[in-house]
Write a protein that binds this ligand. Structure first.
Ligand code: ZN
Length: 321
């Protein structure tokens, strides 16, 4: 074990320590300014978010990942329904169901953004410029996502949870579209609020911070460096997790707003999330595994939002059954 006598290496530990602190201080100030300068008003919530990615680039990245993910699914034998020319029968029916729900939600998104702008919220609307695309992936995984740019995928594995919940995926599951609309609305909520871009921007800041810490403590022995890097990593991870819970709550709220505008029953939302909470850990899609808020928090949020959501539904769509 090498002792940290390295302090005395360059004529006096004092000046060396000062040098190290200066590097860290400059890095911290730099990161703080970078963080401040790249704050943009987040749509819907009124908070501001770190976003260093221009919208065109965000949409391009969304499209690239969409093609990549769908390609990988196909490579693993999970067919992307109606991706080829021939599209009939069950494939066609499932796909057109998902596209119907999507069309109603995306129209609701455009409307919602315009209404918020009229109410004085300050943000750049995107729904109307998105390249809305919907595909169904034939896979057992209960999953669904909407990437930046409006690239939506629904996995058949989720249809029983959003359907009659009898343990089997069948056409009967798409008879009632409301719970599937809850899932799609939530996922679209993430894309509208730029959560992906925010996460990528935060990851960039963490990376720069890591380099700065590495340079600042570069002279320490390997064990100490590792300990410091680990502490930094845990702090960064904690910060990101806090944001991902915030993202989930925002997506829940935006999803609910989209539902009532598109005339889907808002009361299905808490029920769907309760089902999601019930599925076993191994089966749960990655997003929900790591970042979904505690079920009680989520249920509590929906209880708080529901009176307004029901009133809005009845204003737009007539009385609920
Ligand atoms: Zn989510």
């Amino acid at each position: 074990m090498r002792m940290p006598q390295t302090f005395g290496r360059r004529g006096g530990g004092g000046s060396f320590l000062r040098g190290r602190l200066t590097i860290l201080l400059i890095a911290a100030v730099g990161l703080f300014l970078y963080w401040q300068m790249n704050q943009k008003p987040a749509p819907f919530s009124g908070r501001s978010q770190l976003n260093t990615i221009p919208i065109q680039q965000e949409v391009e990245l969304g499209q690239q990942s969409y093609l990549q993910i769908l390609g990988q699914e196909q490579g693993q034998g999970n067919e992307v329904l109606c991706a080829r020319d021939m599209c009939t029968g069950t494939e066609a029916e499932l796909t057109s169901r998902v596209r119907e729900i999507g069309a109603r939600l995306q129209a609701a998104a455009i409307e919602l953004e315009q209404d918020l702008l009229a109410e004085g919220y300050n943000f750049t609307p995107v729904a109307d410029t998105f390249d809305w695309t919907y595909y169904v992936v034939d896979s057992k995984t209960p999953n669904a996502f909407c990437l930046p740019g409006g690239y939506v995928a629904v996995y058949t594995g989720i249809l029983d949870i959003t359907g009659n919940y009898d343990g089997e995926v069948s056409m009967a599951d798409i008879a009632d579209p409301d719970k599937l609309a809850v899932v799609m609305g939530h996922e679209i909520g993430h894309a509208l609020a730029h959560h992906g871009a925010e996460r990528m921007s935060q990851a960039k800041v963490v990376q720069i911070g890591q380099v700065a810490v590495g340079v600042g403590f570069g002279d320490m022995d390997a064990g100490q460096q590792r300990a410091i890097m680990q502490a930094f990593g845990i702090a960064a991870q904690g910060g990101m997790l806090k944001f991902s819970r915030k993202h989930e709550t925002e997506a829940d709220k935006i999803g609910l707003d989209l539902l009532v505008r598109a005339c889907y029953d808002p009361r299905e939302a808490p029920e769907l999330w309760q089902r999601m909470g019930e599925i076993g850990g191994g089966q749960r899609p990655p997003e929900w595994m790591s970042t979904h808020p505690a079920s009680e928090t989520r249920a509590e949020n929906f209880r708080r939002w529901m009176p307004d959501a029901i009133a809005a539904y009845e204003r737009n769509c007539g009385p609920l059954p």
